[in-house]
Every structure is written in C-alpha cells, then in structure tokens.
Design a protein around this ligand. Sequence first.
Ligand code: ADP
Ligand code: ZN
Length: 614
Amino acid sequence: MTSFTVVQSSFSGSDPLRVLREVFGYDHFRGPQEAIVQHVIAGGSGLVLMPTGGGKSLCYQVPALCREGLAVVVSPLIALMDDQVQSMRQAGVRAAALHSGLAAEASSALWRSLLRDELDLLYVSPERLLNGGLLERLQERPLALFAIDEAHCVSQWGHDFRPEYLQLEALALRLPQVPRLALTATADPRTRSEIIERLALEQGRVFLASFDRPNIRYLLRPKLEAKEQLLAFLEEFRGEAGIVYARSRSRVDRFAALLQASGHDAVAYHAGMDAGQRSSALSRFRNDSGVVVVATIAFGMGIDKPDVRFVAHLDLPKSLEAYYQETGRGGRDGLPATAWMVHGPGDVTQLRRFIEDSDAEAAQKRIEHGKLDALLGFTETPGCRRQVLLAHLGETLAEPCGNCDRCLEPQVLEDRTVAAQKALSAVFRTGQRFGAAHLTDVLLGADTARVRSLGHQDLSVYGIGKELAREQWRTLLRQLTSQGWLEPVPDGRGGLRWGEEARVRALLRGELTLELPATPASQERRPAIAAAAGAEAEAEPELVAALKKWRREQAREQGVPPYVVFHDRTLVELAARRPAQLNDLAQVSGIGAAKLERYGEAVLAVIQGWGAQT
Ligand code: ADP
Ligand code: ZN
C-alpha cells in the first residue's frame, strides 16, 4: 500500500456536519461528539471519556478534516493503526500510519506526502513521534491537532501503563498552540486525573459520556455443567464472531478443542502460545467471519472488531471493572450483543484462596477482597444487573434496564425467614460489630483462634447454621445488607450491625417473613431483538447473507478486514431498505461519498440480483 490514490481533501474550514455526512455517511453526531468536535475545531484541548463503541474516533477524525493541516494520532498498537488507516482510506481520507512494521518504500512515500502536506491524518506510536526527529519535522508544517488514543496508557495507576506514553508530556511544552485531545474508555477517576496532569490538559475540557452499553444483554447463569451450558448457549450464535473467556491456559485449550469438536470455528489464545500462533489466531478472528476465540485475559486491548456478537465467561473475572472491559468488546457496532457468564460458589472460594495465598500485603489483600465483594454484589443482585454495574462505575440508572436476565426472567422467590433469623441473631449476639467472615464462622460452628479468643463458642448462636455452606451464608448476609436488614458499621472495617430495629425484631418474632430469590433455573432464551436494531427485524436474512458474501470478496481482494468495507449495521440497513438507486443508497448509514462511488453500483447489483431470485 504505497499509493495514496484518494480524493483530495477539501474540507478545511467546512461544517462538521457536512463532513460527517459526506465522508462518514452518518446523519447525526452521537452523544457528546458534536460538542467535542466543535471544541476542537475552535482550537480547544480536552479529555474524552467514552465507553468502547461510543464513537471516540470521529471526535478527532472530523476536526482533523475541518481544521487546516495534518492531524497526528498517537496510538499504542500497530494493529489498531492499520485498521483505522484502512477505514479512513475507504472513506476517501488521506491517512497513513508510521510504525516499525512499515516497508522502506512505503515509508519514503509517506515522507514525501508529509513534506508536500498531502496527508490529513497520520497515525504514529508515541516512541516514533518523539524519538528520531519526527516531531521537529512536523513542527515546521501546519498541524490540525494531536489525538492521544488509549490515553489511559499514560497512567501508572491504570492497568495498561506504557512508559513511552510519558514522553507525550513534551507535546504541551513544544507545541502548546496545537489542540490535544486525549481519549479513553477507562472511567476511573484516579486514572482520569493522572491523564490530565501528564498531558497538561488542566486548561482543557473533560467530556464524559454515559458508560452504559444498552445493546449489550447481560445473562448470568449458575454454573452447573459449564461445557453443556456453553454449547447450548453457542447454538444461538452459530456463524457469529465471539469471545469465550476462561481463567487458565489449560481450560482455554480444553474448551477450544471442545468447540472445534462441536463444529464451531474456534481458536485458542493465551500467553503460553508463541507469538506466531497468537498473531495467526488474532488475524483469523479479525479477518474471517464467525470465528470464536477462546482466551485468557491475555486477549484484550486492541480488539476493536465491531461485530463481536457475544462475550462468554466460563469463570468469574477478576473484578467488576475487568468484567465491564471484557464484555465491552461485544457489540461495538451498536447491534445487539450478549454478555453471558456462568458462575458458582466454587469460583468464589478459589478466588478468595488466590488472594489469601498471594504474597500481597494485608492492605492489598483487603482491596482485592473488596473488589471480589463488588463482583459478588453484581452476580447475586436480585435486581437489575445493569443498575449494579453502572452504580459501580459511578452512574445512576433510574429504571431497571429491561435487557438483563434479572429484568427479562421473572424470579422464583423462596422463603428464607429462618436462615435470616439465624443470621440476624448471630449479628446481635456477637455484639453488632463483626464482618461476614467471622459471622459465618460462628454460624457454622468453626473452631478458629478468633472464635476461641472471643469466647464465641459459648454463644447460643454458635453452630446453629450448619445446614448452609459458607458461601451461602455469605450470600445471605450480602442479600440482607442490600435489603437493609443489616448495615455496615460506619467505621469502614467491614463489620455489620442491624438495620432498622423495629423491622428486624418483627422478623425475629416471626411477624414478618422474608422471601429471597432462589438460584434461577438454568435456561437459555433466544435473545429478543433490541430496539437498537430496529432495522434487523425487517432485513431479509438471505439478502444480508448475500451482502456479506459480496463484502467478503471485496475484503479479500483488497487485503482488509470485512468491516473496513462496510459494517454489519450498514449491511443490515441495506437489506431492510433495499435501495434501488444511488440516491437512496446514499441515505444509508455508513455510506459516505467515497464508498458510494466505489461500491454503489456493486451493492445495487447484489440487491437487484437477490430481488430477481425471489
Ligand atoms: P470507540 O473508539 O469509542 O470504541 P468507534 O470510534 O470505533 O468507537 O465507533 C464505534 C462504532 O460506532 C463505529 O462503527 C462507528 O462507525 C460508529 N459511529 C460512531 N459515531 C457514529 C455516529 N455519529 N453515527 C453513526 N455511527 C457512528
Ligand atoms: Zn436489567
């Protein structure tokens, strides 16, 4: 790819909405995009916090075209850059990437275009930008903006710290007049303030979008027979791309083999494989349709494939943040996607043991146990999953979401009055100051040093709860806390005390009964078509398939991933509207001027050909 045979950029100074329509083929900006774009066009800097799939790229791509000069996009991964460059070129934008994977010839062609100001967008890694004189040469040219993608990589606190990102501090010092837009999907406040400090964005604006991903359906199941459960779940998704996460390498290998044996196009991915095997698995996932990757969490950043239809967890993730990140890789194109997980008390015991057996300091272990508790608050909530998830990310969702197992599947309630009475008595008799671990020891009659030193083996409640297992007591204590029967002692050390006393006493006297959700039955349902995919209902599946086939051929010829040609969403809309002329085609979301010119006739031919057959 050495030539830049794309249309001359002529958008400098033009209206962003016109650019959005003509280049990207979209009718409206989404959420805060418009405000961000206006701010940057006016020369402002800032930080954009938006969930995966929220549409961060347009926030700098549109101003890049509207503003005079070259826009420089800093990105940490070659695969991400190449993807973006291919997509941009398909849209008729003069884009290129400068990285170590570039052949000498391509690299000199790129330099020539740079010096002639013939590029709109340059993707580059931070080390390439700041070492070897590139920034000095760019300084002499007109620059539209710097976009710093995956900006959380600058944070030492965050999970993806990359030392080379620290060098980006130089941008503010050396080119303070060029707008800097940092973008990330990590919402954590501490990471946020570190980005602002390191990239000197104190004078800039912060744009915070909602982290809700309404098109993702959360379905949690009790772990019974994980193998059969997974196979049953995957039946709904034959031929679709997805990710299956498992905790260990050996489980990954085993489940990948299981899926292959059941006729799924599955590949394994984990850190124990060599680099060649890993990159071939990744490229199959990206370039072929309907590939399922079975992976450990090593499969992560840089997965920007838009049409991942499901993310399945065979084991609990490490934390609720990790779960949000991992499931967020589904449905980036806005079409329905399912986040499915099986979980059971065994996982919890194992994770607690990992924490206890690690070499971490006591304070760190407490943090880890706290993260696990937050995760359990999610897996055990009797209410809407999304409400718990968003609350954890600091957002409030006023109404239950209607798109999780709790909202979709009416629950079976069980009378748990007796167990609750025992737990509340144990809290009272031990003095309303102990946490769940010790209370459980007392209920189970455990012979621990702590029990003995406190003399709790002599209490009337000692050993009265042997009919339940340890994790069941922990679950019940959490449920009682979430419903206000118990409340945390305010000193923050994890102790529990009674909630409203009159109500608790009424329950103890048996004047009130308590019903709590039973373990939900394991059953799968066909995911209903979410509102986000209104078009899907009207799209003819055979026509979608024909369009996908055409797209696959195009992609293969050009050596690009299929979604670079058109997103699924665009194909679905085409199959619903079935346009007959170029004019109608231009109305379809995701078809800008360049794609209309390049593919318009061919797409109409596919639609006509399909119509002739039916
Ligand atoms: P992010 O980088 O935030 O994860 P992307 O920039 O890749 O997300 O955008 C996600 C998807 O949403 C892409 O398919 C993109 O084309 C689409 N998209 C973004 N903005 C709009 C918009 N205003 N209208 C329609 N689709 C959009
Ligand atoms: Zn819900």
